[in-house]
Design a protein around this ligand. Structure first.
Ligand SMILES: [Zn+2]
Ligand SMILES: [Zn+2]
Length: 116
């Protein structure tokens, strides 16, 4: 799969964080304070539920902006467990624990081999 294919499959939704959200993110003890005010959804195109974009990471905690047509919020998550539970079997998923849709890395989407 080429990078172009991956981009085509990404959800096209974007959000502009409001002043309160940016102030909240600026107040986090993050190693890299370079917060962007405009974020793009990182989930698979056609996903269920809210759109989501990683806004900031503080240690093991990732702060994800999540939004719908009518509301937005910033919530703390840990990494998708695929990343830590099956490192020898599956690539690292770059999304949060409990994300909708397939797992996502920088290069592809996949469904976990665990069909539980
Ligand atoms: Zn989305
Ligand atoms: Zn995942």
């Amino acid at each position: 799969m080429s990078m172009d294919d991956a981009e085509l499959m990404n959800c096209p939704a974007r959000i502009t964080l409001d002043a309160a959200q940016q102030t909240f993110l600026d107040g986090l003890p993050a190693a890299a304070p370079a917060v962007r005010s405009e974020l793009g959804c990182e989930l698979e195109r056609g996903h269920d539920g809210s759109h989501a974009a990683l806004a900031e990471q503080v240690g093991e905690t990732m702060w994800w902006a999540q939004w719908t047509l009518s509301a937005s919020e910033i919530n703390p998550y840990t990494w998708c467990p695929v990343k830590r539970d099956r490192p020898a079997v599956e690539p690292e998923c770059s999304l949060f624990d409990g994300h909708p849709g397939r797992h996502t890395s920088e290069e592809r989407y996949w469904v976990s081999g665990d069909a539980a």
